[in-house]
Design a protein around this ligand. Structure first.
Ligand code: AR6
Length: 181
């Protein structure tokens, strides 16, 4: 598998090419929408493999709050049948909505903060917002990697933060952004 890693603080920041639903980590991050309706993209793949329990727990979270997530917010469910114990769901920005850079950074940061709150050691994230939400890939790669590096350089207990990139083009964009960190 194509992979690269860099030590940041006490943790390692890693890039892998592959399918995030196959990873044996404490949590995988879902590129969700604010309603947590997991109908397409990586969200659909996560629920298909992890089972309906992930959608059911998501629905209960929205019902209990009585409102959708804010863009950039993160919540957690179990991982169902996935190897990952948890799924952290964050809603990235839709390109064109305004203030996209800050919202994408927040989506990454809030996911990592939630993982630390739960005392998790390993987490994998997809290229949030770069699929159906059309955020420009190179720009997203720089923002997401910078946010993760900043988090790891702080008080985080995370040992591994992995960006799991589905296709070669996405992996290449992240690999290039990694050299600019
Ligand atoms: N593993 C890793 N990455 C994946 C996988 C996978 N199995 N499947 C797709 N990707 P997207 P968004 C990549 O569209 O742009 C959903 O309907 C994909 O190639 O999943 O944030 C949600 O419910 C791309 O690089 O997320 C929301 O409504 C990246 O994951 C909306 O799409 C993100 O693509 C969110 O759109």
């Amino acid at each position: 598998m194509t992979a690269t890693a860099r030590q940041v603080g006490h943790g390692s920041l890693e890039l892998q090419r592959g399918d995030i639903t196959a990873l044996a980590v404490d949590a995988i991050v879902n590129a969700a929408n604010v309603h947590l309706q997991h109908g397409g993209g990586v969200a659909w793949a996560i629920v298909r493999k992890g089972g309906a329990v992930i959608q059911e727990e998501s629905d209960r979270i929205i019902a209990a709050r009585g409102r959708p997530l804010e863009t950039g917010e993160a919540v957690i469910t179990s991982g169902g049948r996935l190897l990952a114990r948890f799924v952290i769901h964050t809603a990235g920005p839709i390109w064109g909505d305004g203030d996209e850079d800050a919202k994408l950074r927040r989506a990454c940061m809030s996911s990592l903060e939630l993982a630390d709150e739960k005392k998790l050691k390993s987490i994998a994230l997809p290229a949030i917002s770069t699929g159906i939400y059309r955020f420009p890939l190179d720009r997203a790669a720089r923002i997401l990697l910078a946010a993760a590096a900043e988090h790891l350089a702080g008080k985080s207990g995370l040992e591994r933060v992995i960006f799991c990139l589905f296709d070669e083009r996405t992996f290449a964009a992240f690999a290039e952004a990694m050299t600019e960190l």
